[in-house]
Design a protein around this ligand. Structure first.
Ligand SMILES: NC(=O)c1ccc[n+]([C@@H]2O[C@H](COP(=O)([O-])OP(=O)(O)OC[C@H]3O[C@@H](n4cnc5c(N)ncnc54)[C@H](OP(=O)(O)O)[C@@H]3O)[C@@H](O)[C@H]2O)c1
Length: 308
C-alpha cells in the first residue's frame, strides 16, 4: 500500500493541519542547504524543520523562494534557542528575519533549559563556565518561557506553538500554568527510543509528537539494525522507509534530514506496515535495544525514561 492509504496531514489541537513527514535541517551545510531545500520542496516535502541555532535559516529561506512553491503551501517550524528564552518575541524576530518570512507555522521551545547570556563568551550562543560546562540558569521557570510563546501565538507570529525535549514530568509542571496547551512535542524517536508512555500521555492531552533523529541522527545508525533491515526486506522497501513509515503509522511526524537528492526522494516513500511488523518495531527497545542517541551536554536531567 502507498502514501495514498495513509494521511498526508495530521490535525493539531488548534485545528491547523501539519504534513505527516518533514525535512530536518540540522547540520545541513550552508553551501548546499539552499539548493537541497528547493529540491525537497519541488519533490513534494511541505514541512521544514528549522531552528535558530542551526545557523542556516537564511539559506532555508532562500531555498523556499528558489523552489517556486508558494509560502502558504509550506509548513515552516522553528525553535527558540536556550539563550533567548527571556524574550521569545525577539528570538522569533531573529528567525523570521533570517528566513525572510513574516510568520512561522509552528514555533517550539528548543530545550527546557535557559542559558545565562555572556557576550564575552568565545561563542556567545553557547556560553560556557570556566570548567567547560554550559551556563545553565538553574533557577529559570519554564512557565515564563511558555508565557512568551503564548504571546507570539496571540500576536499571530506563529500559527501553533509547542515544545521539544519535554518529558512527562516537565509537561506536568508546565500544565500547572499553561493557557495554551502545546500543539506539538518534538522528541528523539525511533524504534530504539519509541517513548510509548510519552506518546500515550501526549495523545491524552491532544499534543502531537514529532520524531527527531528518526533514522538515529547523524550517520543514520538505526538503518543498520538487523531487525529493521529484515522488516525492510519483507516489505520490499528501504530501511529508511521502514523508520519513516513506522512513525507515520503510529501518528507521529518524522523529520528525516538529508541533503542528498537520492535520499531526499527515498525518504518521501511512506508505506502502511503490517501489524506484525509494527509490533516488532514497537518492542525492540523493550527487548534490549533501548538507546538514546542524541545526548546534549547540558548536564541536566530532562526526566525521560529511556527504557520505555
Ligand atoms: N528539537 C531538537 O532538539 C532536535 C534534535 C535533533 C534533531 N532535530 C531535528 O530533526 C531532524 C532529523 O534528525 P537528525 O538530523 O538528528 O537525524 P536523522 O534525520 O535521523 O538522520 C540524518 C542522517 O541520516 C542520513 N540520511 C538521511 N536519509 C538517509 C537515507 N535514506 N539513507 C541513508 N542515510 C540517510 C543523513 O545524511 P545525508 O544528509 O548525507 O543524507 C544524516 O547523516 C534534524 O535535522 C532537526 O531538524 C531536532
Amino acid at each position: 500500500m502507498t502514501l495514498d492509504a495513509l494521511p498526508t496531514t495530521f490535525e493539531l489541537n488548534n485545528g491547523v493541519r501539519i504534513p505527516t513527514v518533514g525535512l530536518g535541517t540540522w547540520q545541513a551545510p550552508l553551501n548546499v542547504t539552499r539548493e537541497a531545500v528547493a529540491f525537497a520542496l519541488q519533490q513534494g516535502y511541505r514541512l521544514l524543520d528549522c531552528a535558530y541555532i542551526y545557523l542556516n535559516e537564511r539559506e532555508v529561506g532562500e531555498g523556499i523562494r528558489l523552489s517556486g512553491v508558494p509560502r502558504e503551501d509550506i509548513f515552516v517550524t522553528s525553535k527558540v534557542w536556550n539563550l533567548h528564552q527571556d524574550d521569545v518575541g525577539a528570538g522569533l524576530g531573529r528567525t523570521l528575519d533570517n528566513l525572510g518570512l513574516d510568520y512561522v507555522d509552528l514555533y517550539l521551545v528548543h530545550w527546557p533549559i535557559r542559558f545565562f547570556p555572556d557576550p564575552t563568551a568565545a561563542n556567545p550562543l553557547r556560553p560556557l563556565n570556566p570548567d567547560g560546562t554550559y551556563k545553565v540558569d538553574r533557577s529559570w521557570d519554564q512557565a515564563r518561557t511558555w508565557a512568551g510563546m503564548e504571546a507570539v501565538y496571540a500576536a499571530g507570529k506563529a500559527r501553533a506553538i509547542g515544545v521539544c525535549n519535554w518529558s512527562i514530568p516537565y509537561l506536568e509542571e508546565l500544565a500547572k500554568s499553561w493557557k495554551v496547551v502545546p500543539a506539538v512535542n518534538q522528541v528523539e524517536n525511533h524504534p530504539f527510543l519509541p517513548q510509548h508512555a510519552l506518546k500515550a500521555y501526549c495523545d491524552d492531552r491532544g499534543i502531537l509528537l514529532e520524531a527527531y533523529s528518526p533514522l538515529g541522527g547523524p550517520g543514520a545508525p538505526v538503518l543498520q539494525d538487523d531487525d529493521i533491515v529484515a522488516v525492510a526486506k519483507r516489505n520490499g522497501v528501504s530501511a529508511a522507509c521502514v523508520l519513516i513509515s513506522y512513525q507515520v503509522n503510529r501518528g507521529i511526524v518524522p523529520l528525516p534530514k538529508s541533503v542528498s537528492h537520492e535520499r531526499l526522494v527515498q525518504n518521501l516513500q511512506v508505506v502502511r506496515l503490517p501489524p506484525g511488523d509494527m509490533a516488532l518495531l514497537d518492542g525492540l527497545a523493550a527487548r534490549g535495544k533501548a538507546q538514546r542517541l542524541n545526548k546534549p551536554p547540558f548536564c541536566w536531567d530532562l526526566g525521560f525514561d529511556d527504557w520505555d
